[in-house]
Structure formats: structure tokens, C-alpha cells
Design a protein around this ligand. Sequence first.
Ligand SMILES: [Zn+2]
Ligand SMILES: [Zn+2]
Length: 358
Amino acid sequence: MVYPETFEGFAVHSKETWASPKRTEFKPRPFEETDVDIKVKACGVCGSDVHTVTGGWGSCPYPLVVGHEIVGEVVNVGSQVNGLKIGDRVGVGAQAFACLNCKQCKNDNEIYCKHQLDTYGSTYPGGFVGQGGYASHVRVHEYFVFPIPDALETTLVAPMLCAGATAFSPLYRHGAGPGKKVGIIGIGGIGHFGILFAKALGADTWAISRSDAKKADCLKLGADGFIQTNEKDWNVPHELSFDLIVNCANSNQNFDLDQYLSLLDVNGKFINVGLPEGDGFAFHPFKMLGNGALFGFSHIASRKEILAMLNIAAEKNLKPWIETIPVGEAGCGEALRRCHENDVRYRFTLTDYEKQFN
Ligand SMILES: [Zn+2]
Ligand SMILES: [Zn+2]
């Protein structure tokens, strides 16, 4: 009897074997009265999963079950859980804990709480390490568990919980909407959501990519315009025209930030959500004087933003582009490997959990 004493998942056991997760039984942290237990039905595969298990972002606690785009069914709720009941279809994203008491938490900025914990790989007080959604079950504080609107399919909504949310938050916070021109750099898992959500919010939406390889896809996703950056002076015709640019690129290689910043209108914002491995950005302060550009970052999305995103996705019938892979040792390995090679359009969802876990 695995649940409730133990859970089972597909864990990576070392940096060297990151592409070969093994079926592993583990003990969840002790159940608290604010917790919800979820039987997992689907889980998206995030770039963070790969950066983590390969050691690209630094060391991580092995063995580790990754996955933070989780959709499942509530199978147990603590006595202090108010908004959820057994049988509800719910989602969990990249964050699983915050103090809910500090200034940031009280202002719907729990993503920036000093005590925030990631869904997997973070150590809770008491020493338990959070484990993710390549697993039979997850145990999460109810604040970080979101009801899923009926209109959204399980396999399509899973990747919204991190990739979608990460694209949505800066668009929503920084005013993407009618009358605004918005650029999305880096058309991958997060970027393709950037196009979908910028368009859904009513903005004049432009995709910005190195080559024209993804141009047709971007237009199909709803982009109003497309800029390719592998030509000399590509930026010149578009200077001083964008209100907001969200940078979802996964790599800094040959990335001339000054050219991108020149696209912004006065006080336009350049917001980064991708976290490339290796060295950070280089730019010249003089270049930002030309338009008074603002440069910033954005971390996942708050509960309030995720609920708003799910409503908009349901209302507008948004359809992310998803490939599915059955969960299992082979499936998780394949998903991690192909995600590492950028061989996906544009996101994987692991499915068929019932066949692995009874
Ligand atoms: Zn807090
Ligand atoms: Zn993620």
C-alpha cells in the first residue's frame, strides 16, 4: 500500500544519470491541517526540471522527483482547508509554500516572499525535501492549489501552471492590453504562451526570434507581427515602438541586448523570465538613455495571477501546443532529454498516470 504512508515517483538519482529517472518510493512530509493531497493525473515538463537535474543551476538534492506543472484530483484535505474538497480537479505550479504573513505575501506577491519554497528540491523546516509531479501524489499547502475551470482540458492546462503563468504574470502586471505593442522574445515553451496570452489580453503582439523557422507557428498562434534578428540592423525599422517586451529566451549566446532595448518606446519595459545558465547580461548604460528604458525580471506568478490566467484561458478557449508522453521511467527520461535538446513544439505533458500508479 503506497499511499498515504509513502508516494512513488520517477526520481533522478545523480547528475550523471539525469536522463534515466528510476521508479522510487519516498516518504512525503508530515500532513498538516492546511494541506491537500493530490493524486496526479498529468504533469508538464519544464525547462527548470532539466536545469535542475543536470546540475545546470547548481547542486540539487538527489534523489529528486521533479515536475511543477501538476494537474490531479484532490484525495485528502486537512481540517483547515476551506476552498477545496475531495474529488476536485486542481493544479499546482512551481511554488508550494510561503509565510503568507509578510508584506509581500499580504500584497499578492507571495512569489517574492523570503520564505517561499519551490515545489520540488526545497527543504522544509524539519528537513523534508519537496518532491514534484512525476509522481503518484503530491502534498501541498492549499494556498498553492488552484481549482481548474471545467472548460480546460487536463493535458492542455498542465503546462500553464508554470510556463503559462511565467509568461502571463509580466504581461498582466505591466499592462499588456488594447493599444499596447508587446514583443515576445524566444518562442519556446514559455514564449509560445507569451504570444497566446498577450493576444488574449488584447495587445498588438509581435514575436521576436533569431530566424524565420518559427514564423508560421507564431502567426498561427496569433502573433500580429514577426521580427527576425539574424540580419544586420534588424532592430532599426522597429526602434522606439514597443511598450513592453518579455524575454523568454533560454540562452544568452550572441544576444545583443542593446539592440533589443532600442525597440522600446519611452519608459518601455524589458522584462526577463528566462534564466539561462552561465554568464548574465551585458549592456551599456548610454543605450538606455535614448528611450529611458526600464529593465527588470519576473518570477513565476502569484495565486491571484494564476486564477486570472485560468479564467482568461477558459473564456478565450486558448489552446497551447502540447505533445504528450506517457509517464514512466522511459517517458520521463525521453521528455527530459528532448526538452534539453529543445526538441518539442512547444511543451510536453506526461499522461497515463493511471497505468503506472494504482
Ligand atoms: Zn511571506
Ligand atoms: Zn517551470
